[in-house]
Design a binder for this molecule. Sequence first.
Ligand code: NAD
Length: 420
Amino acid sequence: MDKIRIINGSLQVPDKPVIPFIEGDGIGIDITMPAQRVIDAAVKKAYGDNRKIIWKEVLAGEKAYRETGNYLPDETLAAFREYLVGIKGPLQTPVGEGIRSLNVALRQVLDLFVCLRPVRWFKGVPSPIRYPSLVDMHIFRENTEDIYAGIEYMTGDIDAKKLKDFLIQEMGVDKIRFPESSSFGIKPISKEGSERLVRAALEYAVRRKLPSVTLVHKGNIMKFTEGSFKIWGYDLAENEYEDKTFTWRQFDKIKNEKGQAEAEQALEEAQKSGKVIIKDVITDAFLQESLLKPYNHSVIATMNLNGDYISDQLAAMVGGIGIAPGANINSISGYAIFEATHGTAPDIAGMGKANPSSLILSAVMMLEYMQWFDAAEHVYDAMEHVFAKRRVTSDLYVQMEGATLLSTTAFADEIINHIH
Ligand code: NAD
C-alpha cells in the first residue's frame, strides 16, 4: 500500500496514495460518495491511469459506535498517523460522553495547529456583498491555544474560588467587577504556538506568490496575549523571511527615520520585487474592512477565537457554510485532515438535498496539498461552470432566480459531466 510521507519537511506523494476517510454522520452519508466520485473523475482526467486515490474507510461517529462501541476507535487515529493525509465528513458531537467533540479530539491527538479556510467566490453563487468577485482570502486560524484551550472555571465551584482567591490575595488583582459571582476562563497564547502558525501562513503566501499576510489581533486591549502574537509575527517575518517579506513595522521605522516618501518608496520596491507584505489589523477593524475592501487582504493569520468569527463571516460573504471548505493541518509533521466545515444537518439528512460542495472543495484543497494541481483545476473549472449555469442544490436554489434544482447526486454528476 502506498503511503504519503514527509521527508526533510517535504511531502512525498506516491502515484496511488491511500487516503483514509471518515464518512461522517447525518448528511456525511449523502455527500461523501458523490464527493469522491468528483475527485476520482478529476484525477483520471488530469493523469489518466497513472495516478489514482485509493480511498480507505475508517470509522468515527455514529457508525463507529454501532460497529465497535467506540465513537473514535484507536484504529482510526492510527490510520491518520500512518497515512498522514485524510478527509472527513461532519461528525455529530456525542451527547453525555466524556469527549467534548470528536473533531476537537482529532485535532488535539494529531496536534493539527492550523485551521486553514480558503475563501473564494464562484460566479453565480448568491452573496450578500456587492462585489464578491473581489474576495480571495486564506484564513490561518490557530487551533490549539487561546480562550478555546478549555481552561474554564464555573462560578460557585471550588476551583473558581481558589483561582479568585489567588488572583486577589496573591496577585493583588482588584479589577474583577463582581468577584463572588464570576466564572473564569484562561487565555494562553505562546511564542511557539504563534510562531508556528505565522510561519505556516508565511510559507503558504510565499509558495503561492500571494501579496500579503495580515496579522489580525486585539493587541490594543489584550497586550500580553494578542499584542505579543503581533510582535512575534513581525519578529518572525523580519528574522526568518527577511529577503521574502516587507513589514508594516519596517515601513513605520523608515517613515520615522527618513520620512513618508522614503517609506512609500521602500514599500513600492518590495511589492515590485514580489515580497510578501506583512500587515496587522485590529480584529474589529478587520471585520469591517473585509466587507468594505476585501481586496486589501490575502492571507490572514490569527488566533483561535478571532479565527472562528472571521471564518464564518468570510464564508457568508461567498455563499455560506454549504460551500466553504477547510482543513486542519500540522505543517511540521505533515498530518492533515481535510473536512467539510458544516455540521451533520440532521434536518435534511438522507433526503438528497445536501450540497456536497464544501466536502468537494475540501478534497480539492487536499489535491493541492498533494501538489496535484491539474486535478484540482479541473474541479474548480467544472464547479464554476455548473454554478454559472445555476444548476444547484436546494440551499442555493432558494436564493437564486432562474435556477434549476438538483439533488446531491445529480449536482455531483453535473460536475463530473463537465470534467469529462
Ligand atoms: P449544521 O451545519 O449541521 O446545520 C446548520 C444549517 O445549515 C441547517 O439548516 C442545515 O440544513 C444547513 N446545512 C449545513 N450543511 C449543509 C449542506 N452541505 N447543504 C445544505 N444545507 C446545509 O449545524 P448544526 O445544526 O448546528 O449542527 C448539527 C450537528 O453537527 C451537531 O451535532 C454539531 O455538533 C455537528 N457539527 C459538526 C461539525 C463538524 O463535524 N465539523 C461542524 C459543526 C457542527
